[in-house]
Design a protein around this ligand. Structure first.
Ligand code: NDP
Length: 550
């Protein structure tokens, strides 16, 4: 429902609250537009910009500066359905353009797995308010008490690991072996956080009169991604809870069942229900959560959406942590074992179907090893078993998002137009679901979309270089700055090359790797802020400086 407030005798929007006299409800924006058209000339109408999560912005405002009776046109409006008090309190409504329920689809078949109710805007505000009210008591517990609860959660997750992995595979198509790996690896991350977060936020006395303490930020909004739902979700949720925050967590719409399961496990482990909430929905729901009364927004996703989130948060000076995309490059030097290098490069590029922010998406191979390296790479990629992600033997499953198929089609068409040669794959696989054949393209110029924009799929572009300097220049010629890999038998050569690159992750003879002991901090369009490591714990506290002169 949309509303029009009729205001009599007031000239400014500021007077609206005191002077509301008539109230009309409409089923759609079109009905409102029609009413406003009918009222043209009798006053002036103003449409308030809808800001998700803000009640007043849901309403159209009609300012009719007339004293006395309402104009005839007003009388023709649909019957008044509610006579609000001076301060109208609209019913909670679903976010604009968001359906009431999410259909969770299996990307391997396109069949609907389940339907889940979307969290409506009013409900988001209530959940955030409940989180705010519950947070001080959670923060007042000792670190050991909170850690014990998180340990119980970790044990439950371990106990139900197989079910969790299957659930994730069913909704985002990750090959089951890789889903199991993710669950197993996230247990280690939880262990590390439990062991180290307490020390990171321990009060420090720095002189006789000075001390530093660390306080939780309050309510953390975590807007998550689907590609690694356990890593991305728990990289924020676990340290945030350990140091005393409440969390409102919106899983990606493509990993909603996993998100609901994680929060269920947290509650069953003893985290109070109001200390951690799930918010279900797509992009508009995420936007509404950013607009709600939260203190920190942790977002993982694409650069364009990250920018929107940062802008919205900046309006209220709310802190943000952004983990965004990448276009990681690998350099294969002239001293490598080409077979080993090809295996590692392919793993970096095609694990999780290439749907990783730090997937290797560009390869620069030294001309001295070009032929054998490219041949070895094509051998590895052509041998990948593409198929049902539930099969133990599957290496590459479907793409999670159907929309990405169009992106890959367009990138490949452009690459071929510009002289690129497809050596394997190169097209969709014709079966129900989101299938794209693992693809290697060579001799793609650097200004082609395939070498410039995130592909986020099982596609890799390979180009030749004459040496380290050219490799550095071309690897660094990108808007992103997440990671880069160098394959060489000489560690000091690798470190020299990696030291010159403007990236947050430097990989020698490996790629697409993350580790809880190390900071994850993308540069340029790859993000801002740090997750994991001690810095990733510190992200969830505010410092207080004590000046103590008795
Ligand atoms: P988005 O960046 O669009 O979405 C990421 C998360 O933000 C999801 O939870 C999404 O909800 C939510 N969201 C979407 N719009 C808004 C908004 N305006 N305000 C707040 N939250 C919002 O990524 P997609 O999942 O749609 O994937 C698109 C591309 O993003 C990929 O192809 C890839 O290039 C990149 N990506 C990068 C990731 C990384 O690890 N860095 C992870 C995922 C994607 P919902 O999913 O429900 O739309």
């Amino acid at each position: 429902m949309l509303g029009v407030l009729l205001l009599r005798g007031a000239q400014t929007p500021g007077e609206l609250k005191q002077r509301t006299e008539r109230w009309h409800s409409f089923r759609s924006l079109d009905d409102v537009e029609e009413a406003l058209a009918r009222l043209a000339g009798v006053g002036f109408a103003q449409r308030l910009e809808r800001r998700p999560g803000q009640k007043e912005a849901r309403w159209m405002q009609l300012l009719a500066p007339v004293d006395g009776a309402a104009p005839a046109a007003v009388a023709e409006l649909p019957p008044t359905v509610a006579e609000p008090a001076r301060e109208p309190a609209p019913e909670p409504e679903p976010v604009a353009a968001e359906p009431h329920s999410l259909e969770i689809r299996d990307p391997a078949t396109n069949r609907v797995v389940r339907s889940v109710a979307v969290t409506e805007v009013g409900e988001i505000e209530q959940k955030v308010a409940r989180a705010r009210a519950a947070q001080p008591a959670w923060a007042a517990r000792t670190y050991e008490a909170r850690a014990a609860t998180l340990r119980a959660f970790r044990d439950l997750l371990e106990h139900e690991a197989e079910e969790c992995a299957q659930l994730t595979t069913s909704e985002m198509g990750k090959p089951i072996r890789q889903a199991r790996n993710e669950v197993r690896a996230v247990l280690e991350r939880i262990d590390w956080n439990i062991e180290h977060a307490g020390a990171v936020v321990e009060a420090r006395t720095v002189s006789d009169n000075e001390r530093i303490t660390y306080e939780p930020v309050g309510v953390v909004a975590h807007i998550s991604a689907w590609n690694y739902p356990y890593f991305v979700g728990l990289n924020s949720i676990v340290p945030a809870l350990l140091v005393g925050n409440a969390v409102c967590y919106k899983p990606s719409e493509h990993a909603t069942l996993t998100g609901l399961r994680l929060v269920d496990l947290l509650h069953r482990a003893g985290v109070p229900v109001d200390v951690v909430h799930t918010i279900v929905g797509g992009g508009p729901t995420g936007a509404a959560l950013v607009e709600a009364d939260v203190d920190l927004v942790c977002f993982t996703g694409s650069y364009p959406t990250g920018r929107r989130v940062a802008r919205a948060a900046a309006e209220r000076l709310v802190r943000v942590q952004l983990e965004l995309g990448g276009k990681d490059a690998a350099y294969v030097a002239d001293d490598v074992d080409v077979e080993e290098a090809a295996l590692a490069v392919a793993e970096g590029a095609f694990y999780n179907g290439g749907q990783s922010c730090s997937a290797t998406e560009r390869v620069y191979a030294h001309e001295a090893v070009w032929d054998p390296f490219v041949a070895a790479l094509v051998d590895v990629v052509s041998a990948y078993r593409v198929g049902d992600p539930r099969d133990e033997g599957t290496d590459v499953g479907p793409l999670t998002r159907a929309e990405q198929l169009d992106v890959l089609d367009a990138q490949l068409a452009d690459a071929v137009d510009r002289g690129g040669k497809v050596l394997c794959g190169g097209e969709r696989i014709d079966r129900p679901g989101n299938w794209f054949a693992p693809t290697v393209v060579v001799d793609v110029p650097d200004d082609a979309a395939l070498m410039r924009d995130e592909s986020f799929g099982p596609v890799i572009g390979v180009a030749r270089v004459s040496g380290d300097d050219e490799a550095v220049a071309r690897m660094d010629d990108t808007e992103f700055g997440l990671g880069a890999a160098v394959f060489t038998s000489d560690q000091s050569r690798a470190e020299r090359v990696l030291g010159r690159l403007d990236v947050g992750n430097a990989y020698w003879n490996t790629a697409d790797r993350s580790c809880v002991r190390l900071p994850w901090a993308g540069r340029r369009h790859s993000g801002m802020g740090t997750s994991m490591s001690e810095s990733g714990v510190r992200a969830f506290v505010r410092e207080k400086a004590w000046h103590l002169f008795g």
